[in-house]
Design a protein around this ligand. Structure first.
Ligand code: HEM
Ligand SMILES: *[C@@H]1O[C@H](CO)[C@@H](O)[C@H](O)[C@H]1NC(C)=O
Ligand SMILES: *[C@@H]1O[C@H](CO)[C@@H](O)[C@H](O)[C@H]1NC(C)=O
Ligand SMILES: *[C@@H]1O[C@H](CO)[C@@H](O)[C@H](O)[C@H]1NC(C)=O
Ligand SMILES: *[C@@H]1O[C@H](CO)[C@@H](O)[C@H](O)[C@H]1NC(C)=O
Ligand SMILES: *[C@@H]1O[C@H](CO)[C@@H](O)[C@H](O)[C@H]1NC(C)=O
Ligand SMILES: *[C@@H]1O[C@H](CO)[C@@H](O)[C@H](O)[C@H]1NC(C)=O
Ligand SMILES: *[C@@H]1O[C@H](CO)[C@@H](O)[C@H](O)[C@H]1NC(C)=O
Ligand SMILES: *[C@@H]1O[C@H](CO)[C@@H](O)[C@H](O)[C@H]1NC(C)=O
Length: 336
């Protein structure tokens, strides 16, 4: 074989190798979630998830809110991979102990109950990451909100990222521009930010996450001027100056457990509980203001955007194909 022909064959085979390699990378990057992922392997999975949540709601009206928040806090850290659910161990620094989660996220016991029920029906098939996505949808629809077709096929992580949870999950004390950047960092835009913030139409918050607004806001010696004065008086009663920071109140003072668009009419009335909520409406000139007004005037527009944005959030860097694993216990990596 002539050297020239050898060299040409070598370069064409390296082009071939590079092409295969590129095809592989593209395939991985484009690995798509699908609504029918468990159609043959666990056809009843959504019903099973929904039944466990209905059961849990009987004794805990807050659980629907707590469950959707778990999906959010999972997806913002290393993507929707159930990294949030791993307990601490010699090799894992649990995300449950990160600032935004410690003494705040809840519902892990209900996730375990869902996992047990799903394993009983279809063992070793459904990931914990998909259970969080399904639980989020059921929680919203059981509370009067929209339904949507949940995309599935995520796999579970082998690691957690506590430092990532500390820095990637938005804080209620940071400004709109910081929060917008954190959403944009995971591919979510301003419409997604406003729609998903509408999840604060149900659930509770502790005094410690908003009491900075009630007495001496930003060292002004006065309350946050964007707080409705009637609502301010109510909140000062609930959270006295030297009271417990862990006292709970409703995120939506009007319809605390219903998934509706009152969150947005509340913002128009200066009744957003968190600073990060009210800023969506009270930051003059912000792109969020007209979106709040749109959702306040049309629950249909809100529900449609919310469902789309939940799908967008659920698409954040999932593990698919043979990456990660299907955990048999959501709290632990298999074999650990
Ligand atoms: C936009 C930035 C966000 C910030 C700064 C934020 C912050 C917070 C805070 C501080 C709490 C109260 C926690 C406590 O007091 O223990 C809370 C509760 C909650 N958040 Fe968010 N959140 C944001 C976005 C979201 C999103 C995108 C969702 C879901 C799609 C969500 C769903 C919830 C729910 C349902 C609760 C109540 C949970 C319960 O009652 O257990 N939040 N959030
Ligand atoms: C699905 O679940 C429902 C209620 O949990 C049950 O009645 C039904 O038989 C199940 N269907 C299948 C195919 O397992
Ligand atoms: C969490 O709550 C427990 C019990 O109330 C308390 O002892 C602990 O200090 C809290 N941890 C943090 C980080 O706030
Ligand atoms: C994350 O924040 C928590 C609570 O503020 C802190 O205890 C922990 O050390 C932080 N972890 C990392 C890895 O930064
Ligand atoms: C907002 O982001 C900037 C830049 O990352 C940071 O320096 C600042 O501390 C953040 N503000 C708050 C209130 O977290
Ligand atoms: C955000 O993305 C959605 C598509 O998911 C698009 O319809 C919407 O117009 C975008 N919003 C902004 C403010 O760019
Ligand atoms: C508000 O906080 C600032 C800074 O901590 C302090 O200097 C000021 O005295 C406080 N004002 C009142 C009225 O408590
Ligand atoms: C709160 O406690 C501080 C010191 O413990 C005290 O000086 C202050 O008067 C108390 N404020 C109220 C409103 O009780
Ligand atoms: C304060 O809230 C009430 C509803 O409780 C509303 O009627 C009023 O217009 C609000 N005031 C402001 C300034 O937003």
């Amino acid at each position: 074989m002539a050297p020239r022909s050898f060299s040409s064959s070598s370069s064409s085979s390296s082009i071939l190798a590079a092409t295969i390699c590129l095809a592989f990378i593209l395939h991985q990057a484009q690995a798509q979630l699908s609504a029918t992922f468990y159609a043959t392997t666990c056809p009843n999975v959504s019903t099973i998830v929904s039944n466990v949540i209905q059961q849990a709601l009987q004794s805990d009206t807050r659980i629907a809110a707590s469950l959707i928040r778990l999906h959010f806090h999972d997806c913002f850290v290393n993507g929707c991979d159930a990294s949030l659910l791993l307990d601490g161990s010699s090799t894992i620094q649990s995300e449950k102990n990160a600032g935004p989660n410690v003494n705040s996220t809840r519902g892990f016991d209900v996730v375990d109950n869902i996992k047990t029920a799903v394993e009983n029906a279809c063992a070793g098939v459904v990931s914990c990451a998909d259970i969080l996505a399904l639980a989020a949808e059921s929680s919203v629809s059981l509370s009067g909100g929209p339904s949507w077709s949940v995309l599935l096929g995520r796999r579970d992580s082998l690691t957690a990222n506590q430092g990532g949870a500390n820095t990637s999950i938005p804080s209620p004390f940071e400004g709109l521009s910081n929060i917008t950047s954190k959403f944009s960092a995971v591919g979510l835009n301003t419409t997604d930010l406003v729609a998903l913030s509408g999840a604060h139409t149900f659930g509770r918050a502790q005094c410690r996450v908003f009491s900075n607004r009630l007495y001496n806001f930003s060292s002004t010696g006065n309350p946050d001027p964007t707080l409705n004065t009637t609502y301010l008086a109510t909140l000062q009663q609930i959270c006295p100056q030297n009271g417990s920071g862990t006292t709970l109140t409703n995120l939506d003072p009007t319809t605390p457990d219903a998934f509706d668009n009152n969150y947005f009419t509340n913002l128009q009335n200066n009744q957003g509980l968190l600073q990060s909520d009210q800023e969506l409406f009270s930051t003059s000139g912000a792109a969020t203001v007209s979106i709040v007004n749109n959702f306040a005037s049309s629950q249909t527009a809100f529900f449609q955007s919310f469902a789309q944005s939940m799908i967008n959030m659920g698409n954040i860097s999932p593990l698919t194909g043979s990456s990660g694993e299907i955990r048999s216990d959501c709290k632990k990596v298999n074999g650990s």
